[in-house]
Design a binder for this molecule. Sequence first.
Ligand code: PMP
Length: 458
Amino acid sequence: MLSNLATRDVETLIHPYTNLSTFRETGPLVLERGHGVWVYDSDGRPYLEGMAGLWCTALGYSNEELVEAASEQMSRLPFTHLFSGRSHDPAIELAETLKELMPIPTSKIFFTSSGSEANDTQVKLTWYLNNALGRPAKKKIISRIKGYHGVTVATASMTGLTANHADWDLPLPGFLHVGCPHHYRFAEAGETEEAFSQRLADELEALILREGPDTVAAFVAEPVMGAGGAIAPPAGYFAKIQAVLDRYDVRFIADEVICGFGRLGTWFGSEALGMRPDSLSFAKAVTSGYMPLGGISIDEPLYKALVTQSAKLGTFGHGTTYSGHPVACAVALKTIEIYKRDRIVEGVAEKAPYFQARLSALADHPIVGEARGLGLIGGLEIVADKSSKRQYEPKAGVAARCVAFAQAEGLIVRFLAGDRVAVCPPLVISHDEIDTLFDRLGRALDRTEAWIASEGLN
Ligand code: PMP
């Protein structure tokens, strides 16, 4: 029986990334408030938010300093924009702060309201750059199978997941995908991580050569893959990929929408993994999820091209009403101030070994094939047979069931395609709360194992 609120929801809302067919029976989990790493549903039941919302509420809930920053800006100047040279102090100060934080040479910052818009801007500016450089054929974008980059027409094309392509008439022509760097699932028997990384770099090189290097513009990658399965890359991966990109003058774009702002124990994931991108996209934790904000770094060669094209075309024809929204910028400034003052990123580096130890211990569970991650992000994979890595039929929905059991245990985690379960808690999670998270996840796995047996799924 659905509650009154749940019934009203089912009758009125379309939910993103939800099975709209089963949803009519299950109904929503309606959350009402949050405190620290905890959220409370409309019946007052607490849940440990093991996904930081959607990989974003880094400082947890109920952070009054962020509320005050938003409120102060709302009272002072709730809206102005950056079009036609108009500006405001939160955007200027935030751009300065971000420029200093960027792990790569950065000339300017461009703001968006989401990760999708940030990556969409990356595609457009890559095309624009190559037009400015007089190489109009160099336009193809390469990303990885299981990569996640957003839902606009271009970014859903970059995303390497079936749910974003099938029946959407995507990917668009000119968007190509190479293999997923998931050693557990895609390495050949006995293949070392280094050898697997080399094979993937060779595959990328072969694709560039087959397409023609003068037609390939950019390669886009998340440091640790998020929505595609919470997958940390194998040893040596990005160094080998980077060498290929350098050889063919292919622009390297890091999608730091999840890994940016401390998730891996460094300010950006690129630093943790030795990546040297030309540009990076950020969103989510830049405001700890309290306001929608994203953006990209603009390197000097790109900036020069934008200026040249503007002179020719009369304007830089890109931007949205809310690019650099003043309230979002004010909240981001306060968020970054707190990250620095409270040594949040250093705290992640200190906590990560314990978090990863508790995660990898779950690999001993009878239904877990792999439990691995980096920093404060982890993925585990449920399998029917640990030695052959055989999986359950997707329609059995085993990982979804595990996530439902976790919810019944008072823990929010997320199931992803391929029977993966992701964990990505707020960065402020304590040692004891890490214990609570993994104790509850362990019990959810036990219940899933019992359910599998009762359903006769083996
Ligand atoms: N890139 C990555 C790596 C993401 O995880 C996401 C969102 N989960 C996006 C891009 C898209 O961001 P948004 O949902 O804010 O458009």
